[in-house]
Design a protein around this ligand. Sequence first.
Ligand code: HEC
Length: 119
Amino acid sequence: MFKKRVTVKILFLFAALAYFMPVAQASAEDEKAIAIAIAKQNACLGCHAINKKIVGPSFQAIAEKYKGDANAQAFLKNKIAKGGSGSWGVVPMPANTKLNDADLSTLTSWILRGAPNKN
Ligand code: HEC
């Protein structure tokens, strides 16, 4: 009796894991795809590359600079929207006025994850 209940619990746990895991993967996948689409639409990739400096710093360098910084998300959302210079040098980033708050969040969390473009 006891063993049977444990088995049922373990089976339930696996069922729950199997149910939730693809969902978690899908949402990270979705964020990546949406972020890349927004970055393309807004010409971010004309000045930024994933892993090398163009006009602006690479997204990987940005992720490295702000690693462990709890204010990075809010700071960078504001910086992307308003533009400006001073973090990386004297060359300013122009303001990106067309992005809404959700787009800024998606972009910023993707960049802070190192801007993955493949699995
Ligand atoms: C015309 C070129 C240009 C475009 C277009 C551009 N950036 Fe930038 N970006 C820069 C430059 C230059 C910097 C460095 C600014 C500085 O030193 O503070 C920068 C900095 C950044 C930073 C780091 C800010 C900091 O203070 O550390 C992020 C994040 C960023 N850009 C994201 C974006 C995103 C997302 C887009 C598209 C919506 C975008 N950029 C479009 C040139 C550009």
